[in-house]
Ligand binder design. Structure first.
Ligand code: GSH
Length: 232
């Protein structure tokens, strides 16, 4: 592993990652920035997230974690912000005081409002394996809340540009794309043509392809769509 071309500013990076998890945001960002990093893949289902050695790296037992020299940073959106602000030349950040700063921050954090719906839907449809543990009411409610968030993103794109902010592609596209990439397995994108076109543009980026190649075999989401079951 080597440092970034800009030298001492970038200590060695290590990404702990689970295929299809929020750590994909960081994986894609690292590829966009052309950084060198080591990738350590973990499984969502084998309890390795909760046990040593990984539980010593992130005691929450979640991914991502990014090793930065001797330090570890968790929380995918904080990592995106740090990567963006420490490499402003890439244009993925909006600095304090600039016109798009407020919208950039709002959109960055919106990605984890969507992330909450994904987490509940994932728990209901996938993690809880027995039907009697699941609630079709919760599944339907969370799908509706996710659909509402898709509507908000659809309208945010109404300016007609290619990316969420008119100033160009940024960390908030990476942050929010994850919610659509995974979320469309719970809420079809048919009713959101502008959002679907934006997602396709994101997925057309060479760095996205490189990240997808490194993501690893699909483990969490093995179906294209998870419908709300009929209540009996
Ligand atoms: N807000 C955190 C959430 C991290 C998170 O919950 N990651 C999930 C994967 S998408 C995880 O590791 N879950 C493991 C578990 O809950 O057991 C972030 O954005 O990094």
């Amino acid at each position: 592993m080597t440092g970034h071309a800009d030298g001492p500013k970038t200590p060695p990076l290590v990404l702990w990652h689970v295929p299809q998890a929020r750590s994909f945001r960081v994986l894609w960002m690292l590829e966009e920035l052309g950084l060198d990093y080591a990738l350590k893949r973990l499984s969502f289902f084998d309890k390795s997230l909760r046990r040593p050695p990984y539980s010593r790296i992130n005691p929450l037992g979640r991914v991502p974690a990014l090793g930065i020299g001797g330090q570890v940073m968790t929380e995918s959106l904080a990592i995106l912000e740090w990567l963006a602000e420490t490499r402003p030349e890439a244009g993925f950040w909006r600095a304090p005081g600039t016109a798009e700063r407020m919208a950039w921050l709002e959109l960055l954090h919106l990605a984890e409002t969507v992330g909450q719906h994904l987490a509940i839907l994932t728990q209901q449809h996938i993690v809880l394996r027995e039907d009697h543990m699941r609630s079709p009411v919760v599944m339907a409610l969370e799908a509706k809340r996710l659909a509402r968030a898709f509507g908000v993103l659809e309208r945010r794109l109404a300016h007609g540009g290619d990316w969420l902010l008119e100033g160009g592609f940024s960390a908030v596209d990476i942050a929010n794309h994850y919610g659509v990439w995974i979320g469309r397995r719970f809420v079809a994108l048919d009713g959101y043509p502008v959002l679907a076109a934006w997602a396709a543009r994101c997925e057309g980026r060479p760095a996205f392809h490189r990240a997808l190649d490194k993501d690893g075999p699909a483990e969490i989401y093995t179906r294209d769509f998870y419908p709300v079951p009929e209540e009996t």
